[in-house]
Design a protein around this ligand. Structure first.
Ligand SMILES: [Zn+2]
Length: 260
């Protein structure tokens, strides 16, 4: 059972209601919990006012709020407040490397700047990519010829925060996926432009992928510009989303751990 028992508040601000603030024992417990969840870069911090520690609390807050940018929190953990409860939750978001491949999906090189800019994500996203890929691959095996895997491209930077070349992608809740292509490009990924798009695009595979994404990923957004897919309610139009899907997932309902 996930557990995080604190005596007071941690992070920005000062004491409230006569409870301690940034008590060293509390800071150590939060540090240990964040480290356990995969936010390992805070493992060496010693004070509750440490800049990187505060940034990481804000990142964690932005994740459970379902935001695409990492500055959506106040950097403060109030005793028994929402942040405290999410940190203690059974399904608290962890931070992980996406990995290279699994059943029905493959990771491709991020658009630019390598894995440090797009090779990391939350455990929430990692799970849902696996669920969607399983659903897609199982369906496509019977019904779609030459079905490629889900091509997972940019997720988030190694420590969250600013992702070069993206407006969002800061919190491990966004993923870009390359489009499925027809033979002889089935096992390749490509940036499709203009004419190439209609020639190489594997529409039937895309339909199966988008349906699996809709049913298994709890998406808040699916951005992709194929008018046929939009007409079926599978995605919505957004500038610069003609050659990939951009998916943002919703946070799950919190499953409480022990926090008091
Ligand atoms: Zn994107």
């Amino acid at each position: 059972m996930a557990t995080l028992i604190l005596a007071g508040s941690v992070g920005t601000g000062g004491p409230q209601n006569g409870k301690p603030h940034n008590d060293p024992a509390d800071v150590a417990k939060v540090r240990a919990r964040l480290t356990e969840l995969g936010f390992q870069w805070v493992s060496g911090i010693t004070t509750g006012t440490d800049k990187e520690f505060i940034r990481t609390i804000k990142l964690f807050q932005s994740i459970y709020k379902g935001k695409g940018q990492a500055d959506e929190g106040d950097g403060r953990i109030d005793l028994h407040g929402t942040t405290h409860r999410w940190l203690a939750a059974q399904n608290a978001p962890g931070w992980v490397k996406v990995g290279s491949e699994g059943y029905g999906w493959k990771f491709t090189t991020p658009l630019a700047h390598g894995d440090d800019n797009g090779g990391y994500t939350t455990t929430w996203m990692a799970d849902r990519i696996r669920w969607a890929a399983f659903e897609y691959a199982t369906t496509a095996f019977f019904s779609v010829e030459n079905a490629p895997p889900l091509w997972i491209r940019d997720c988030s930077p190694d420590k969250g925060g600013n992702a070069i070349g993206h407006k969002s992608h800061e919190t491990g809740l966004d993923v870009d996926m390359r489009l499925p292509l027809l033979p002889p490009y089935t096992d390749k990924w490509d940036r499709l432009e203009g004419k190439e798009y209609s020639v190489k695009f594997h529409y039937d595979a895309a339909l199966a992928q988008l349906k699996a994404i809709r049913s298994m990923m709890e998406p808040k957004l699916v951005l992709f510009n194929d008018p046929r897919c939009i007409k079926q309610g599978l995605c919505t139009h957004e500038a610069n989303h003609g050659n990939h899907y951009h998916i943002r997932i919703k946070p799950p309902t919190r499953v409480e751990g022990i926090y008091k």
